[in-house]
Design a protein around this ligand. Structure first.
Ligand code: ARG
Length: 501
């Protein structure tokens, strides 16, 4: 549909700049590029088309514009959508460029589209509309990664490995227990993203510039047509609020920080020969032919720095902004989008690396036995036999100081017996059976004995894994429900548009 009653001027109200906003007086100059967000706005192109459609449908339903104009505008929006972001006329941003394009298609009456709204509520709505999808993608990436961790853990409930504190062997644990520790952390990352979603998915549309509008708009209706769960009610808050970006990027930065720890561990474990990454997740050196480097994990680790920087950039841009709208805001949301893209991708890569890695069971078991890592278990045994734990700690510490790193069971027992005579003034076997001490010195037995809630004993980890499976099902259902709600809204909006074109 072109120019039926719109006067047919290409540059209606647009001055020589071809932009509905940048009239003659503001048409050019050295800051033109600097002012424009059109390129970055590609991210919200589809969102803006949807927001325009919902707004026009509502304006028609409220008789704020007539059905004929609504149909023409919706028709033009279809053309603009089909041509794509790259075909938009020049403009200060995607909102202005789409409006310009609509006016180019149908003339002056296209200018009715911007009745009862502002770019301020429009852009805030577009960012939320787009970010909610991205938040679901990121949340789903965390769920997928948790499933991988749980699946690999399932195969390794009996695979003993050294657990570290201060990067020193500390107590034996299992690969399953280790992997489940990251599943637990990532479950909180899923939670944070889904929680943030609830506050992203509120509609600011109808708040106009910040001060509301005299038109009889139906804010609930546009919210419904766009799949929002409710409104950002106060119109000044609607235009100004960007705390949803802060919390989403905060959730993403926390997720990236979780992943950076996993990545660091995998770098260290690769170095120790405890795990081997699949070739697909490693790289080599351009000069040193023997190298197999855990590059993907290093890149995952690095991504956490970018996400933290993005969060910092956001907070710094938002800090001290006066009410209500300030153009600084144009530079805020790209940080959230960049961070969420980078971290969602890193989450998938980390999951792929874990899914395909090979745990070196014999090397892990040998390492779990080194460095007297069962010392705590021996002290626990003595305390269970009635010795004050502090005395047991002193006795075992004395034995540890004198014991060679590679001491076998007999040497370890001898060192403990000598320490007992010194500390207790009695032989060790007067206090506890030799067999019990020997068992406590065995990493496998040691792990099996630690069956407190959430502990590494295989039976306990298996119990936890069934809770993990329940949590995964529940979180997947939440993501699916939200996606379905968005799809239903999309269908409703399509139907309303189709009835008018
Ligand atoms: N492109 C702007 C942004 O992203 C929206 C335009 C509002 N501009 C204005 N001068 N009120 O924030």
């Amino acid at each position: 549909m072109t120019d039926e009653d719109g006067g047919g001027r290409d540059d209606v109200g647009t001055g020589s700049s071809g932009d509905v906003v940048r009239r003659e007086r503001f048409s050019g100059g050295p800051a033109r590029e600097f002012l424009s967000s059109l390129a970055a706005d590609e991210r919200i192109f589809a969102a803006d088309i949807a927001v325009d459609r919902a707004h026009v449908v509502m304006l028609d339903e409220r008789d704020i514009i007539d059905r004929d104009d609504a149909g023409a505008i919706l028709d033009a929006l279809g053309e603009v959508e089909a041509a794509g972001h790259a075909d938009l006329p020049d403009g200060e941003d995607v909102h202005a460029a789409i409006e310009t394009a609509v006016i180019q298609h149908i003339g002056d009456r296209g200018g009715r589209m911007h009745t009862a709204r502002s770019r301020n509520d429009e852009v805030a709505t577009c960012i939320r509309y787009r970010l909610r999808e991205d938040a679901l993608v990121a949340a789903e990436a965390t769920i997928d990664a948790r499933e991988v961790l749980a699946d690999v853990a399932e195969d390794h409930t009996d695979t003993v490995m050294p657990g570290f504190t201060h990067l020193q062997p500390a107590q034996p644990t299992t690969v399953a227990h280790y992997l489940c520790s990251y599943e637990s952390a990532l479950a909180r990352d899923t939670d944070r993203l889904l929680d943030a979603y609830g506050r992203i998915n509120r509609s600011p549309l109808g708040g106009a510039a910040f001060a509301g509008t005299p038109f009889d708009v139906d804010r609930e209706r546009t919210a419904e047509l766009l799949g929002f769960d409710g409104l950002v009610r106060n119109s000044m808050d609607a235009a100004s609020a960007r705390d949803f970006l802060v919390e989403t990027t905060g959730a993403v930065a926390a997720l990236a920080t979780t992943l950076s720890g996993l990545a660091e561990d995998l770098v260290v474990f690769s170095n120790l020969g405890h795990v081997e990454l699949d070739d697909a997740y490693a790289s080599t050196s351009s000069i040193m032919p023997q190298k197999k480097n855990p590059d993907t994990m290093e890149l995952v680790r690095g991504t956490a720095g970018e996400a933290a920087a993005g969060l910092n950039a956001l907070l710094s841009i938002l800090k001290g902004l006066p009410r209500a709208y300030n153009r600084d805001l144009q530079r805020a949301h790209p940080h959230a989008f960049e961070a969420i893209d980078a971290v969602a991708e890193a989450t998938g890569v980390a999951a792929g690396a874990v899914a395909t890695a090979d745990w070196n069971e014999s090397a892990l078991e040998a390492a779990a036995d080194g460095g007297f890592s069962t010392a705590t278990g021996v002290a626990d045994l003595l305390a269970m036999e009635g010795m004050p734990f502090r005395t047991a700690h002193e006795l075992v510490a004395l034995a540890a100081e004198r014991m060679a790193d590679d001491a076998d069971v007999d040497a370890a027992y001898a060192a403990l017996a000598a320490a007992a005579t010194e500390v207790l003034g009695d032989p060790l076997d007067a206090f506890v059976d030799r067999g019990a001490v020997v068992a406590a010195l065995d990493p496998v037995e040691s792990v099996a004995s630690r069956d407190s809630v959430g502990g590494p004993a295989p039976a306990e980890v298996e119990r936890e894994l069934s809770r993990v499976a329940d949590g995964l099902d529940a979180d997947r259902a939440t993501v699916d429900e939200r996606r379905e709600a968005l799809e239903r809204a999309e269908t409703r909006l399509d139907e309303e548009v189709t009835r008018r074109v």
